[in-house]
Every structure is written in structure tokens, then in C-alpha cells.
Design a protein around this ligand. Structure first.
Ligand code: SDX
Length: 437
């Protein structure tokens, strides 16, 4: 039975259809609101606004639930691989052995990067941030692959191309930034093992693949693979909605992810923990500073727009740190500091009242450090993991007949109509001040 919400404006009643999702979430369909009432809604950051209907990822922020295509993140983290989870997100079902094998062969075939791209990498200033390089180079892929996506087969090829080449580009960027020899992908290595080898192998110091680290990297990227309509995914879909190409759309997503409030938080967490370590303590002071409204400082790796309880990904990430670091014989003081910081914050009324818990970025940097990943590449690691989610969401948006170019409205609060003042009649006093409301 159709459900409606009733809106009363100036005594006039308006019935707005209610949409109910498969997990019981409800939305008021306001598509006819402005036309029928002249009113729009106001929702900075879109915290209360649904931008689409989606079948890809389900989150319940109150219960800490995350599922990709219906499968709980805990099961995928334990049993799946990043390549298999990427297939699931893109195609809506887990692959058969034949489909997975075909996928792996295509990933291998697409793992090289055009040799001309090395010249691009070599001409970035040595201290360039890897996220700026990655965003630029993903955009540049369009110059090498200008064909438009007109069939499902062409889409699958572009997906595989991006998933494979972005990983290679990230490792290449790291090697070139250090003036080291670029290591090429190998046909006998899996997706994650290849990345690690391209990052750390060298002619004089051959890299030994540690399958504990390969498993941890698979899980790390599975945990980052999608997260419904987050900031960077919304950026990808916004750019794609103008029918810009997929490379430009993903490049925009990388740019959005770079921010410290989003994917850049994993780097900011490690910098915060390192600072505490250098000072020999000050955990309570850091928590107090994060509560101080006069300070712009925030406890990085804490809080979330959707999760109002412990981020299920952070729980898994913490367990992996506890398991993998001892196996690698790594005793990272930052892990203990992170746990102490968590303990203090979770028992602080400010954090309790505002439902601020560790998010995916709080422990992820500890794991990346253990793998030997440099801190400024942490957001790049997030970007590689999020690629399948960005591309799956982009495709769903392109195929959604209800979607159109993203173009929100606004409430104008500026000057009412004034006339142009000839420059001869202008002086500094005439620059009228804004009338405060
Ligand atoms: C990611 O959206 C996604 O799904 C993102 C992500 C994904 O997988 O794509 O999960 C990845 O981006 C995780 C978040 C990484 N960012 C950080 O760890 C940066 C620190 N966290 C915050 O800045 C903040 O919590 C956000 C950005 C994550 C969420 O911000 P919101 O939802 O806009 O919440 P808000 O800024 O309005 O905060 C609500 C209140 C405010 O206090 P009041 O104005 O109500 O008094 O909580 C406070 C905030 O000041 N607050 C914090 C805090 N986070 C929120 N106070 C101190 N430290 C923090 N970390």
C-alpha cells in the first residue's frame, strides 16, 4: 500500500509519497515540492537527504552494520579477496571460479602503464603529494584510452583497466619519487602481491612476499571498497552526472578523498599519534583540545556522519593490527597510544554524548606502517581500495533512469537589487557593509 507524508504550508495540505527501502529505511519523495509549493528544502552537507536509490551497499549507522550487495563486511573481510569483492560490487554477485579466473587474467593483461606516462611522473616535483599525482594521472588515462563506454563489455574493460593500472601507477609514483628503478608487474603474482612487489622490490634487495601482509592488504582494501554515498563517491557521481568521462569522475573522487575530514584522515591520525609519541604523552590534553570549540583541532579517526557507534571496519582493522604486528615482530608504540586514546575518548562524556567512535581511519595507518607504506601514501591506499565502489556507484548512477545532472538549489541571502555605480562615484566608504540578520 502506498504511503504518504502530509505537509501543511499556509494551511494548504500536500501529500508527499514515502519511499521504503528493502531494509525498512524511509524517505519522503520531494521531487514535486518546489513546483507545487515554491518551497525547497535546506540541508547543508545533505545529512538528511538521499541522493539516489542504490542496491550496492547497505549501512545501518545506529547498529554499526555494513554490507556489500547484502554480504556482511565481517564475512567478506574473513573469507574474500579484494579482487573477488571488487567483482561483487561491480556485478552484484560473487564470481564463479571461471569468472574469477577470467577477471584475474584481464587484470594481469591490463597491469602495465603506457611507457609515456613515466615521463609525466618524472616531471612532478619530488615532494609532490601522491594524491595530487594520482588524481592528475587518472585524469590523464583518458588521453590514452579515449574510447567512450557504449556497451557492458566496454565498461567491464574500463573497470579492469582502472583497477589494475591505478595500483601500478601508485607504486610507480612511489618509486619515481624516490629516484628508484620502476618495478614492473609480474604475471605470477596476485593483485595485492604485485602491488607490494612493485613498491618494495629492488635490483639489489629482492622483496620477499610475506603472505601475512598480502592477506592483510586484501582485507585492508576490502574494508575500504565501498561506503554508499560518502563525500568522494558523491563527487564521482556528481562529475559523472554531467556525462564527463569515467576517468575525470574518478579523478574528482580522488581529489575529494584527499581531504583530512575524509580519506586524508588516515595520514592525519598517524601524524597525531606520532606527535603524542614524540611529546612522551599528552593523551588527555589531545582529547581536551578536540573538545575545545575555540580550536579547529579534531580527534582524527574519530566520528562519522553515519556511524553513531563503533565503525565495524575499525573493529576489524584493530583485530588485524593485534594479529599481524606480532607476527611481523613489529612493536609499534603508536598502536598502544591509539588504544589509550580510544579508551580515554570512549569514556569521555563529550564523545559519548556526540556518538563519536573510532572510524575506519583510526587504526588503518598502524597497519599500513607495518606493511612499510610511507605515511603520505596512506590516502592513496584508501583510493585504490575505494576504486571498485566509485566505479560501481558511477555505473549505477549512469544506468538509473530517475537520475539527472546534479544541480542543487540554494537560499539566496545576498543583497537585494542595487544599481551599478560608475567608478568615478565609488569610494571605500561606499562599499556598503552587509546588513546582519
Ligand atoms: C571517512 O562518509 C563516509 O562514509 C566516510 C568514510 C568512507 O568510508 O567513505 O567512512 C571515510 O571519511 C571517515 C571519517 C574520517 N575523518 C576523520 O576521522 C576526521 C575527524 N572526524 C570529523 O571531522 C567528523 O566526525 C566527520 C567529518 C567524520 C563527520 O562530520 P559530521 O558528520 O559533519 O559531524 P559534525 O562535524 O557536524 O560533528 C558533530 C559534532 C560537532 O560538535 P557540535 O558542533 O555538535 O558541538 O561532533 C563534533 C563536532 O565538533 N565532532 C568532533 C569530531 N567529530 C565530530 N569533535 C572532536 N573530534 C572529532 N573527531
Amino acid at each position: 500500500m502506498k504511503e504518504f507524508a502530509t505537509l501543511i504550508i499556509d494551511g494548504k495540505e500536500m501529500k508527499l509519497p514515502v519511499i521504503t527501502g528493502t531494509e525498512g529505511e524511509k524517505a519522503i519523495d520531494i521531487r514535486s515540492l518546489r513546483q507545487e509549493t515554491g518551497f525547497i528544502t535546506y540541508d547543508p552537507g545533505f545529512a538528511n537527504t538521499g541522493s539516489c536509490k542504490s542496491k550496492i551497499t547497505f549501512m545501518n549507522g545506529e547498529k554499526g552494520v555494513l554490507r556489500y550487495r547484502g554480504i556482511p563486511i565481517e564475512q567478506l573481510a574473513e573469507k574474500s579477496s579484494f579482487v573477488e569483492t571488487s567483482y561483487l560490487l561491480i556485478n552484484g554477485h560473487l564470481p564463479t571460479q571461471e569468472e574469477l579466473t577470467r577477471n584475474s587474467i584481464m587484470l594481469n593483461d591490463q597491469s602495465m602503464v603506457h611507457e609515456d606516462m613515466q615521463i609525466f611522473f618524472q616531471n612532478f616535483p619530488r615532494l609532490s603529494h601522491p594524491m595530487g599525482i594520482l588524481s592528475a594521472m587518472v585524469n590523464a588515462l583518458r588521453s590514452f584510452y579515449p574510447e567512450l563506454i557504449t556497451t557492458e563489455e566496454e565498461f567491464q574493460k574500463v573497470f579492469i583497466r582502472m583497477l589494475s593500472k591505478v595500483r601500478t601507477m601508485a607504486a610507480m609514483s612511489y618509486k619515481i619519487s624516490r629516484g628508484h628503478k620502476v618495478i614492473y608487474p609480474r604475471a605470477d603474482y596476485t593483485y595485492c602481491a604485485n602491488f607490494l612487489n612493485m613498491m618494495f622490490d629492488s635490483p639489489v634487495n629482492p622483496y620477499q612476499i610475506d603472505y601475512e601482509i598480502v592477506k592483510a592488504l586484501n582485507t585492508f582494501w576490502i574494508l575500504h571498497a565501498d561506503h554508499e554515498q560518502n563525500c568522494s563517491t558523491s563527487a564521482v557521481k556528481t562529475v559523472g552526472s554531467s556525462r564527463a568521462n569515467i576517468y575525470a569522475s574518478v579523478s574528482a573522487g580522488i581529489a575529494a578523498l584527499w581531504g583530512p575530514l575524509h580519506g586524508g584522515a588516515n595520514q592525519a591520525v598517524i601524524e597525531m599519534l606520532t606527535d603524542i609519541h614524540k611529546k612522551g604523552g599528552g593523551i588527555k590534553e589531545v582529547v581536551e583540545k578536540a573538545k575545545n570549540k575555540r580550536s579547529s583541532f579534531r580527534l582524527m579517526g574519530f566520528g562519522h556522519r553515519v556511524y553513531k557507534t563503533y565503525d565495524p571496519r575499525a573493529k576489524i582493522m584493530k583485530k588485524i593490527c593485534d594479529k599481524v604486528l606480532p607476527k611481523l615482530k613489529i612493536d609499534d608504540p603508536l598502536l598502544d597510544i591509539a588504544k589509550q586514546l580510544e579508551e580515554v575518548a570512549l569514556n569521555d562524556q563529550y564523545f559519548i554524548d556526540k556518538y563519536l567512535y573510532p572510524n575506519v581511519d583510526f587504526y588503518s595507518g598502524i597497519l599500513l606502517r607495518a606493511m612499510g607504506i610511507p605515511t603520505n601514501m596512506f590516502p592513496v591506499m584508501f583510493a585504490i581500495g575505494r576504486l571498485p565502489g566509485w566505479i560501481a556507484q558511477w555505473k549505477e548512477h549512469m544506468d538509473d533512469k530517475e537520475q539527472k545532472i546534479v544541480r542543487p538549489r540554494q537560499i539566496y541571502m545576498g543583497k537585494n537589487k542595487i544599481s551599478y555605480t560608475p567608478i568615478s562615484k565609488r569610494d571605500s566608504s561606499s562599499a556598503d557593509t552587509e546588513s546582519d540578520d
